[in-house]
Design a protein around this ligand. Sequence first.
Ligand SMILES: *Cc1c(COP(=O)(O)O)cnc(C)c1O
Length: 448
Amino acid sequence: MKTTQRPAIPQVEKLISSDELTLWISRISRPLVIAIIRKELEAIRKTWQKSGEIPGESDMIDRIAAACERQYRQRPIRVINCSGVLIHTNLGRAPLNRQVWDAVQAANTRYTALEYALEEGKRGQRNALFSPLFAELTGAEGAVVVNNNAAALFLILSTFAQGKEVIVSRGELVQIGGGFRIPEILEQSGATLVPVGTTNITTCADYLAAVTERTALVLKVHRSNFAIRGFTEEPSTAELASALPKKIMLVVDQGSGVLSSSTVPGETSVTEHIHAGASLVSFSGDKVLGSVQAGCIVGKRELLTPLETHPLYRVLRPGKTVATLLEQTLICQLNGELSTPLCMAKRDIAELRAMGEAIITDLPADRVSLIEAPMTLGGGSAPDEYIFGIAIKLTLLDSAEQMVKLLRNRVIPIIGKVEHDSVLLHLGAVDAEEAAIIRTELKHLFGV
Ligand SMILES: *Cc1c(COP(=O)(O)O)cnc(C)c1O
């Protein structure tokens, strides 16, 4: 419509009370919806000044709804993980067990005795249950919990190594994920890095030769996201623990949170490091442990107390939500439940195949098939190991990149993986409800 006199643009209040936009109020809040409406109306006015064109009201509402949706999708909205990585840091790592979530409701929607000694009626200890729970799970004397594993390492280094030296193998000066580099964390904590050995070979003798008066500790870092193969050598935790002088601590950044031996091939568990004589072991709460984002430190009581009383602990300690969720996960696991990522890793292939077949029934057989496709556990564990899995393979005329994007842009995004000219939808992390959603989306994609 081209006119010289600008047609009336609807009022903000009128627009926001339309059904399409009311929906977004609960999703991103009324003030944000209003701000988006104002911005879109401003753009519409500008376009009118330039071209004399003005969209009709329902087009305006569509535009505003689309802008609301873009804003909404910046949130950590629910997605379906078909990436082939069970613990994917960009997808929020491990999903929580629903039972765990339900069990902590009261503690989070009521007042709690978070830091209150009920018997004495005064301030008490926070998270008193972590120590006995982790002691049972790992054989350590106790535990301290902070916000993530990076914080755990930072607290350990700041407490014990500030102004002192920390010995690390050159093969373990690693970067894990975005922005976590061992040399940088060391520097931030005020410790001096003493690198020893070479990328592939570091011996016990290398560590011992680097020990000086100023040495605070030896740090062993798990190579979480890569493997070194071939001509390699490194001392075990046991060898190092017995070779090092008694006053030098041996700290292990285990990373993945595999608690007991033989659950994940190729991983040395927290328990094994503790039994081998590590002074402190740190790991994430939301990797193989399958709980919330947290950094767990287990080890000798005499070393845990200085961590809890260091001023930084006050900065890094988790709140009640994280504390109660982590605690509840540990209780479930002590009562015999497997962590969610380990459950997924051990799923029955026949069951996965049946689920896959149900999803693709009646879809064009020349475009959709089931294949055997290896998955990884991810989350800083077993970088070199694959888990047997089943995936839906999609080959369309469009490019695979386009197709994977299309699936990602659905209301509930499906995160697939491009392999050669196809899209793979790995099913190892998919439950029955999600399978139904995938089926609906694929039917939509194929127009059947
Ligand atoms: C994952 C990982 C970290 C970082 O842990 P966050 O919980 O993400 O802070 C540090 N070290 C190792 C070895 C890891 O695998």
